[in-house]
Design a binder for this molecule. Structure first.
Ligand code: SAM
Ligand code: SF4
Length: 320
């Protein structure tokens, strides 16, 4: 459906949990976040009903995220349920990759349409430092296996000053050697993230162009997101830039978010939203009407430049 600014909303990011097996420094404090009581987390039946209502409104593409979606018990059951929903065109997932490998067989069978794997460095020690708990090897194995299974695999990378700027070229070469896309995401001032540490994508692009001056805009469609893609001739895979801070893409925003607690957020940036559970209890008609209302009032643009207005929940709670 169209929102109040005439944008087509056809994509929903669903956070299935606020829990995570890692503690990435820009996303979660060392001690983790205050866990939401399980009774407040939406059950799979509830998520499926919300998806059905969303599909009726023209939202037919879904991304499963978290926290870490794969820490949620029996996530495959939810994905199977979603796959059966009439009108559901696309299901993708974003994961840190630590627990992914054992699920790839089943994900292939379910017919997942794509997996984005977060990877900010290829240096084991640095990966451990950044994620506090992660084992780089596990994520690399998952990347390899995901590609082997024929799943559309992409890497997501955040570049931070004085931390992993020197990883950029290595990561680009790694992704392109495997024939997959890599996307650089600008660090947003959400939750505990210190946006001062984030590096603009303009700078990252400059760094890549120093090594690959022949990099050219790639106009082909790569997904549902706001990334602008570039190609290096002779290489498979593209390099995407998601530049929420320095190159706002709000005028073409196509999404809403559902948190694990059933909070629908029409924009990542603001805390504003609606708890959907009461409408689930009322009935399907009321549920659809509530979603419609939320979409109609989706804000025109984010406000990351005005930090006081930005949602202070951790990215893992909101669902990145
Ligand atoms: N745990 C999964 C993962 O890491 O891919 C899914 C959830 S995570 C919140 C989704 C994405 O959000 C990751 O690629 C992560 O790097 C990114 N992210 C986390 N905090 C961010 C921030 N402040 N600004 C921009 N991206 C952020
Ligand atoms: Fe967990 Fe993903 Fe946040 Fe890292 S970015 S702490 S893996 S939710």
């Amino acid at each position: 459906m169209l929102d109040g600014y005439g944008r087509t909303i056809d994509y929903m990011r669903i956070s299935v949990t606020d829990r995570c097996d890692l503690r990435c420094k820009y996303c979660m404090p060392k001690e983790g976040i205050q866990k939401v009581d399980k009774s407040r987390i939406l059950g799979y039946e509830e998520i499926l009903r919300i998806c059905s209502a969303a599909i009726e409104l023209g939202i037919d593409k879904f991304k499963i995220t978290g926290g870490e979606p794969l820490v949620r018990y029996d996530l495959m059951e939810l994905l199977r349920g979603m796959r059966k929903l009439q009108g559901c065109k696309e299901i993708t997932m974003t994961t840190n990759g630590q627990l992914l490998a054992p699920h790839l067989e089943e994900l292939t069978e379910i017919g997942i349409d794509g997996i984005n794997i977060s990877l900010d460095t290829l240096k084991p020690e640095r990966y451990k430092e950044m994620t506090r708990l992660g084992d780089l090897q596990k994520t690399l194995e998952a990347v390899e296996l995901s590609i082997e299974h024929g799943i559309k695999t992409k890497l997501n990378c955040i570049v931070q000053r004085d931390f992993n700027e020197d990883d950029v070229i290595e990561l680009v070469d790694f992704a392109l050697s495997k024939g997959i896309d890599i996307r650089f995401i600008e660090l947003m001032p959400i939750g505990i993230a210190d946006a001062e540490k984030g590096i603009s994508n303009r700078e990252t692009m400059r760094r890549i162009k120093e090594v690959y001056p022949e990099m050219k805009a790639d106009e082909s469609r790569h997904g549902n997101g706001p990334a602008r893609y570039y190609r290096i001739s002779g290489k498979r895979g593209s390099i995407g830039f998601i530049s929420a801070i320095n190159d706002s893409f709000c005028e073409s925003c196509n999404r809403i978010r559902l948190t694990s607690m059933g909070y629908i957020k029409p924009c990542l940036c603001y805390e504003d939203g609606v708890f959907i559970r009461p409408y689930l209890e009322k009935g399907d008609k009321e549920l659809k009407q509530a979603l419609e209302e939320i979409i109609r009032f989706k804000p025109a643009a984010h406000c990351f430049e005005n930090i006081k207005e930005v949602d202070h929940h951790a990215m893992a709670e909101i669902g990145g």
